[in-house]
Ligand binder design. Structure first.
Ligand SMILES: Nc1ncnc2c1ncn2[C@@H]1O[C@H](COP(=O)(O)OP(=O)(O)OP(=O)(O)O)[C@@H](O)[C@H]1O
Ligand SMILES: [Mg+2]
Length: 294
């Protein structure tokens, strides 16, 4: 994807940010995919449009729970200078000052939280009942924020350390909003035969008020399982990047560059999972979403 003629603001692992005017930006989701915080050498066709479609769906659905940065994803609302190529993958948003915390909510014991629990019986000091198994539903969802690292891995935080980063009052606000959005998302997902095991939200400040920024409850930022595939004590197949991660684990890659290319079958399988996630979560057809990926 070539650069737009708008002033460029930031290159993330997946997104490009452009300045539109003093209080609005254009967030363009690319087809890049990162695992273990490394951007892979292959693109997943349509991934950026799926992320934008699903985030748009969730931003609209959760607007009653928390304000968010979305202005519009409709290509006719974008500045003309953005050009036609970004249709479907670009979002016009309110510019925010990002909060230096990644806000994670978990309803199930999996991934890094499962590893931590096996070692300590807690998630960074947060008490849980004894004897829980992998992928088990937690008695209630927990807020497990991490640092927002500029480079490398985000680090898990104990409650006190996370609160010290943003202040007690902000911390409680972030926790309550994150858990409310997660619980709502998990309920909608369940109605469509899916489990939303966990999700990561980012917040920013606009005029001193918190708004959700970046993306919302996509397969990049969340773990979705098919309810039929969920068996406590095992690792359920998921719609998220776990499929790509599993490929790299199976070939014994040491997680250091250079990253080997993915076979065509893994690229195609990943694309299919992203599209399926969007359609199953939203109940909408991806063919009806803006742009044609050209
Ligand atoms: N409305 C907004 N105002 C300001 N910054 C934003 C806004 N929306 C998103 N961002 C920032 O844009 C960047 C998007 O980049 P991208 O999603 O590619 O992720 P990243 O920062 O590389 O890492 P991660 O994998 O943790 O999301 C993030 O740094 C995010 O904080
Ligand atoms: Mg991001």
């Amino acid at each position: 994807m070539s650069r737009l003629s708008l002033p460029h603001h930031y290159t993330g692992k997946v997104r490009e940010l452009y300045e539109v005017d003093h209080d609005r930006m254009l967030v363009v989701a690319s087809d890049r995919v990162s695992v273990f915080d490394v951007v892979l050498p292959d693109l997943i066709p349509d991934k950026g449009r799926v992320l934008t479609a699903l985030s748009t769906f969730w931003f609209e659905q959760t607007a009653h729970l928390a304000p968010n940065h979305l202005v519009s994803s409709d290509p006719t609302d974008l500045p003309e200078t953005a050009g036609p190529d970004v249709a479907g993958r670009a979002m016009l948003v309110r510019a925010a000052r990002p909060v230096r915390l990644e806000c994670v909510a978990r309803g199930y014991l999996f991934g890094s939280a499962w590893s931590d629990y096996q070692e300590t019986g807690t998630i960074m000091g947060r008490t849980l009942p004894a004897g829980l198994r992998q992928a088990e539903r937690l008695p209630e969802p927990v807020f497990t924020p991490t640092t927002k690292a500029d480079e490398g891995h985000d680090l898990p935080l104990a409650d006190v350390d996370a609160a010290a980063l943003v202040g007690d009052e902000r911390y409680e606000e972030l926790r309550d909003l994150t858990l409310a959005i997660y619980s709502f998302g998990a309920e909608v997902a369940a109605a469509h035969g899916l489990i939303l095991a966990d999700t990561k939200l980012e917040f920013g400040e606009v005029d001193g008020r918190l708004v959700v920024i970046d993306e919302m409850m996509t397969p990049d930022s969340s773990r979705y399982w098919s309810a039929d595939d969920h068996h406590v004590g095992t690792s359920p197949p998921s719609f998220d990047k776990q499929y790509v991660r599993d490929h790299y684990l199976s070939i014994g890659w040491d997680m250091k560059p250079p990253v080997p290319h993915m076979p065509e079958s893994v690229i195609e399988g990943t694309r299919a999972r992203y599209v399926e996630a969007y359609e199953q979560v939203s109940g909408l057809s991806f063919d009806a979403w803006y742009g044609d990926g050209e």
